[in-house]
Design a protein around this ligand. Sequence first.
Ligand code: SAH
Ligand code: SF4
Length: 357
Amino acid sequence: MTLPELEALMLSLGEPKYRGAQLYKWLYAIGAGSFDEMSNLPQALRERLAAGFSPDCLRMVAREAAKDGTAKYLFELQDGLRIETVYMPEGERSTVCLSTQVGCPLGCAFCATGSMGLRRDLLAGEIIEQAIQVRRERPGITNVVFMGMGEPLLNYEHTLKAVRLLNDGVGIGARRMTISTSGVVPGIRRLAREGLQVKLAVALNASRDDLRNILMPVNRRYPLSVLKQAMQDFARATGKLVSVEYVLLQGVNDSQREARELVQFLRGIPCKVNLIPYNPVPGKEFARPSPERAERFKQYLLPHLSSVTLRRSRGRTVRAACGQLCTRTTSRRARPALRERATISPKIPPRPDPSHS
Ligand code: SAH
Ligand code: SF4
């Protein structure tokens, strides 16, 4: 809920408007997990809130930590669906990777989340609470990336509401947030007009249409020429470099030919490139290239591009690739249960939730 929404809630409960600001601070800046902690709210109000609402809309059901500090969290939503969130510390910086949808409709060939299809969009409250709950365990989160499950630009309203709440309420600067897209061009164009400091990452993964059509079916809708124009326009409108994410798939997009095509595609786009060795997904044919092969790809790019990084693999032991923890632990039974919920009105009305927006 935004500040005006919380103020309206307080007024509707017969409380003064400023209680909304107090609650806003407790929920987002402090991240309180219970109304009991909210010491500047009168006891009677705390009890009233606890009777009708919950400050949390996610239940942490699993966490796995890797030796490099990466941690992966599995959260259950109030309708029983599950999403995942990854925490990645790196020197001074701690980044949390948020999901924006349960599953994803875009079906990229290499992606575990893509195999799930889209179950539903997340609400802004469900998006930001991932960061809030992770921060309770690991204080000092500095950066947010919208690179977990789902396509943020297909859940535009809630993702943008989450950006604003994280910025204004939770206290993470918009310039420390990155929205990653597979190339949903109308969303890129809309984001460019928002006047926000938020950064854009594009999951490119192939620089010729025939290959990208196979790896990322979204390319059939928004082919590379259209995507390139949108990336250029975004960079021009915002004055920001676009991050280009390129997942290296052994023998598929990691040869000299694809390196050359990548350089050619990126000509004229103010950008920096992140190469990501593929995180293997059980049941998928794709493999990660050897470190030598990945390094060779990077070396080919270096003279032509202003910034190229080869990301060292994070959290391999926690299956930190998008969608993996979730597809492993989500019960198949969740599917019919969800359908029932959608068609039959629940016996117990869901509790309204002030962190839900
Ligand atoms: N839908 C958005 C954001 C989520 S995917 C997008 O596609 O950008 C975030 C990133 O994870 C993308 O760069 C995608 O290419 C990458 N990715 C997906 N599955 C992966 C895997 N198994 N190993 C490595 N990167 C993967
Ligand atoms: Fe969706 Fe991104 Fe996975 Fe493609 S890579 S299926 S767009 S989450």
